[in-house]
Ligand binder design. Structure first.
Ligand SMILES: *Cc1c(COP(=O)(O)O)cnc(C)c1O
Length: 404
C-alpha cells in the first residue's frame, strides 16, 4: 500500500482542485516533519495556522486516545460531555455566552451569516438582509461564504451566487459609513486578513465598525478562524482591540488538527436559531471536542500566550536582519505568529517559487497570494527550530535571487 502512494497517484485519483507539493509527509513531531524518503523539514506552515501545538502533541494524543476508547459519535439527538466542556471553556474566556459547533471554518461562518439574517428578520425588517464584507477577505468555500469573501476569482463559474452582499475596501471606514443602512443585517470582517496577506485592521476601523453596527442594528461578525486560539498572543485577536463583536467564528487552531469550527455569540442573538433551524450531523462530536477541549486548556495559558510574543520578536528581528543582507522583502509583518513577508516589486509573483525552494532546503512555508510569503508556525515552536528553519529560509532566499 505504502509504495503506491505517490504524488503521481494524486493526479489519477484526486479531484484536481489542489496542486500539492511533490513530496508526501508521513510523520510529524512538534515542529518537525518527515517525508516518505525520511527527509526532515522544519514546519513554519503549521497546517495553515491549524497545528498551534505542533504535530502529535503528547497531551493531545492522550486526549484523543482516551476519548477514542469511550465514545466517538452520537449525533445532535444527544448532547455529550466533551462538547459541553468545550462550550463552557470558550464562553468563560470570551464575550460569548453560547457556542454552535461545526466541522470547519466555512460552516462556522455559514452559521454566523444565517443567524444574522434570521436575527434581523425576527427583530426588525424582512428586507434587512444586506451583508457587508471587505475586498480581499476570505471566509471559506461554501457558496455563501465564498460569495462573502472578497476575491471574485474564487466565485467565477459558480453563479448564480447568493445575493445582497456588498464588498467595500478594507480599513476604509468612510466607505462603510456611506453604504451601511437599516437594510444591513451584518458586517463580517477579519481583524487581520490572513489569506489576504497578513493585513491588520486599524483600531479606528474596527471601533468605527462597532459604532456603525450598533447605530444600524447590524451584527458585527469577527472571522477569527485564522487569528484566534492564541495566534496573536491573545486568545482571540479582538482582545487586542477595544471592540467586542456580536458573533465570533473560530476553527483552524481550535482543533489543532482535528476538524472543528465554532460560532460564538450572546444568548440574545443565539435565540434566533430555534429548534431545527440549523444543524450538522457531526457538529460538536465527542471525539473532536475532547481533543479541542484539551487544546484549549493548553493554549489558554499565560505562559503559552506570552511565549507567542517572544517568538514573534525572534522572527521579526531575525527576518529583518536576513532581509537587510539579501533584500527580497519590502515589508515584514508579524501579528503574533502570523507572519507575512511581502516581496519587493521586482520579485512579484515569486512567492510560490520561494516556497518551493524553501521546501528543498528543509523548511515548510506558506504563501498568501503571489507576492507574500506567509508563516504560521506552532505557538510553542522551540527557539532552536526557529533559528534552524530561518537558516534554511535564508538559503532559499539567496537561491531565489540567484535563479532569477
Ligand atoms: C481558513 C479560513 C476560513 C475557512 O475555513 P475552512 O475550515 O477551510 O472552511 C474562513 N475564514 C478565514 C479567515 C480563514 O482563514
Amino acid at each position: 500500500m505504502e509504495c503506491t502512494a505517490s504524488r503521481r497517484l494524486f493526479n489519477e485519483v484526486i479531484v484536481p482542485n489542489y496542486s500539492p507539493s511533490p513530496i508526501i509527509p508521513v510523520r510529524g513531531a512538534g515542529s518537525h516533519l518527515w517525508d516518505q524518503e525520511d527527509k526532515e523539514y522544519i514546519d513554519f506552515a503549521g497546517g495553515i495556522a491549524v497545528n498551534a501545538l505542533g504535530h502529535c502533541h503528547p497531551e493531545l494524543v492522550q486526549a484523543l486516545h482516551k476519548q477514542s476508547q469511550k465514545l466517538w459519535h452520537l449525533s445532535n439527538a444527544w448532547t455529550n460531555e466533551p462538547a459541553l466542556r468545550l462550550a463552557e471553556q470558550l464562553t468563560k474566556a470570551t464575550f460569548a455566552q453560547q457556542a454552535y459547533f461545526s466541522n470547519s471554518g466555512a460552516e462556522a461562518n455559514e452559521a454566523a451569516l444565517k443567524l444574522a439574517r434570521k436575527y434581523a428578520k425576527d427583530h426588525f425588517d424582512p428586507e434587512k438582509t444586506e451583508i457587508i464584507a471587505f475586498d480581499n477577505s476570505f471566509h471559506g468555500r461554501t457558496l455563501l461564504t465564498v460569495s462573502t469573501g472578497g476575491q471574485p476569482k474564487y466565485c467565477k463559474g459558480f453563479e448564480p451566487l447568493p445575493g445582497d452582499i456588498t464588498h467595500l475596501p478594507y480599513n476604509d471606514l468612510a466607505s462603510v459609513e456611506y453604504h451601511i443602512s437599516n437594510k444591513t443585517c451584518a458586517v463580517i470582517v477579519e481583524p487581520i486578513q490572513g489569506e489576504g496577506g497578513v493585513i491588520p485592521a486599524e483600531p479606528l476601523f474596527l471601533e468605527g465598525l462597532r459604532t456603525l453596527c450598533t447605530q444600524h442594528n447590524a451584527l458585527l461578525i469577527f472571522d477569527e478562524i485564522q487569528t484566534g486560539m492564541g495566534r496573536t498572543g491573545n486568545l482571540f485577536a479582538y482582545q487586542n482591540y477595544e471592540v467586542i463583536p456580536d458573533i465570533l467564528t473560530s476553527a483552524k487552531a481550535l482543533g489543532c488538527g482535528i476538524p472543528i469550527g465554532a460560532m460564538l455569540t450572546t444568548k440574545a442573538i443565539a435565540e434566533s436559531f430555534t429548534i431545527g433551524s440549523h444543524g450538522s450531523t457531526y457538529g460538536g462530536n465527542p471525539l473532536v471536542c475532547a481533543v479541542a477541549s484539551k487544546a484549549f486548556e493548553l493554549i489558554n495559558d499565560p505562559a503559552v500566550l506570552s511565549g507567542v510574543k517572544q517568538r514573534q520578536r525572534m522572527f521579526q528581528s531575525k527576518l529583518e536582519l536576513f532581509n537587510q543582507k539579501i533584500g527580497l522583502f519590502s515589508h515584514i509583518r508579524t501579528e503574533g505568529l502570523l507572519i507575512g513577508c511581502e516581496l519587493q516589486t521586482k520579485w512579484h509573483g515569486k512567492a510560490l517559487a520561494l516556497k518551493q525552494l524553501a521546501e528543498q532546503e528543509g523548511v515548510m512555508v506558506l504563501t498568501a497570494g503571489p507576492n507574500i510569503l506567509r508563516l504560521a508556525p506552532s505557538l510553542i515552536i522551540p527557539p532552536k527550530d526557529i533559528s534552524q528553519g530561518l537558516e534554511h529560509l535564508t538559503t532559499a532566499m539567496l537561491a531565489l535571487k540567484m535563479d532569477f
